[in-house]
Ligand binder design. Structure first.
Ligand SMILES: Nc1ncnc2c1ncn2[C@@H]1O[C@H](COP(=O)(O)OP(=O)(O)OP(=O)(O)O)[C@@H](O)[C@H]1O
Ligand SMILES: [Mg+2]
Length: 327
């Protein structure tokens, strides 16, 4: 069994309501996850379910309301400023919009080396050398270090962002919709690169996407998120071939739809209503949209329970004691 590299313990974060009369948004609620060395964990769910909020919490780019993140047995969020700075080297992120995540006034080389500079590592010359080495590693030319981000295509910018994520020699990289905006053929190339880098450096990945099709191809395990909570988690094969939560089933039905903006309630084959976004706090958050809802779903919230080998789901359909008497 590979060792646990990252442990997320009961992370929660809510945002104040936008506009009068609206309830606070519980972006992340009681999320518990582990990531093993060399493993790829996929995180899927519709827009607004809290994927990016969770990644920002994991990277300590924002404060949680509660919970913590443990890297290699050491509390990351609770670490001293100095210690946290060092621990930050171990976990990096690649965003969807690579161009806007790069500084347009800095050369590509300076962009890639910037995390080293911020960490006080190496001389200017050494940092430049490292940027050039990484450009070559991600399939660009070392001389591209002298050019500026706007001179590159979307796929090339994503390679630059990946080079920057590698510069501190991290153990973990979070990819937040990192390939979602790319054309299919470019996406395949970037995915290939991501997988090759993992093999070469033994990296652990959290791969965030609304697209279960991509996640299914490259991830060892998959966590499905709905309104801030993990509703199903397990090895990729059982989650995709024998899902145990109606929401995962709906996401799987939506795989052929390429455009995420079209992946709405209708396409997912779910019940439509006002419930989405404002579930009753004591009920299952998915109940208002669930085609299989039954009595207990509107009065209590299901928790994750084992449904198979390392496979858990939060749905009363899997709970015999709740199904008793239901027809
Ligand atoms: N800074 C913020 N202030 C207020 N609300 C926020 C903030 N960031 C996120 N939210 C809200 O938190 C919820 C989760 O948002 P988040 O961006 O984490 O979702 P996501 O799953 O990453 O969505 P997408 O697939 O569109 O990227 C949403 O309801 C969003 O409106
Ligand atoms: Mg997001």
């Amino acid at each position: 069994m590979p060792e646990t590299l990252l442990e997320i313990r009961d992370l929660a974060k809510s945002f104040p309501a936008r506009g009068k009369g609206n309830a606070a948004v519980q972006a992340v609620a009681d999320v518990r996850l582990t990531l093993k060395r060399g493993e790829t964990l996929g995180l899927v769910g519709e827009s607004g379910c809290g994927k990016s909020s969770l990644s920002r919490l994991i990277l300590s780019l924002m404060e949680p309301d509660s919970g913590t993140v443990v890297i290699d047995g050491e509390d990351f969020l609770g670490a001293s400023v100095q210690r946290k700075r060092l621990m930050r080297r171990r976990i990096q992120i690649v965003f969807q919009d690579a161009l806007s995540s790069l500084n347009p006034r800095m050369t590509v080389g300076m962009n890639i080396a910037e995390p080293m500079r911020l960490q006080g590592l190496g001389s200017a010359r050494e940092r430049d050398g490292e940027a050039r080495r990484l450009l070559d590693l991600v399939g660009l030319r070392a001389s591209d270090a002298e050019r500026y981000p706007h001179e590159f295509s979307g796929g090339q910018c994503q390679r630059i962002a990946i080079a920057r994520a590698l510069v501190l020699k991290p153990d973990i990289i979070v990819f937040d919709e990192a390939v979602s905006a790319l054309d299919v053929s470019i996406r395949a190339q970037i995915l290939r690169l991501i997988l090759d880098l993992q093999t070469e450096f033994g990296l652990s990945y959290i791969f965030i996407s609304h697209d279960l099709g991509v996640v299914r191809r490259i991830c060892d395990r998959i966590a499905v998120m709905y309104l801030g909570r993990i509703v199903e988690i397990g090895p990729a094969q059982p989650v995709c071939e024998a899902p145990r939560h109606p929401y995962t089933e709906a996401l799987l039905r939506a795989i052929p739809i390429a455009d995420p903006r079209r992946m709405r309630v209708e396409e997912l084959g779910l019940i439509q209503g006002d419930g989405f976004g404002s579930p009753k706090p004591e009920a299952c958050a998915f109940e208002p949209r669930c085609p299989h809802r039954f009595a207990p779903c509107s009065v209590k919230r299901p928790t994750l329970i084992p449904v198979g080998d390392h496979h858990e789901a939060a749905c009363f359909l899997n709970d015999r004691s709740q199904r008793k008497g239901d027809s």
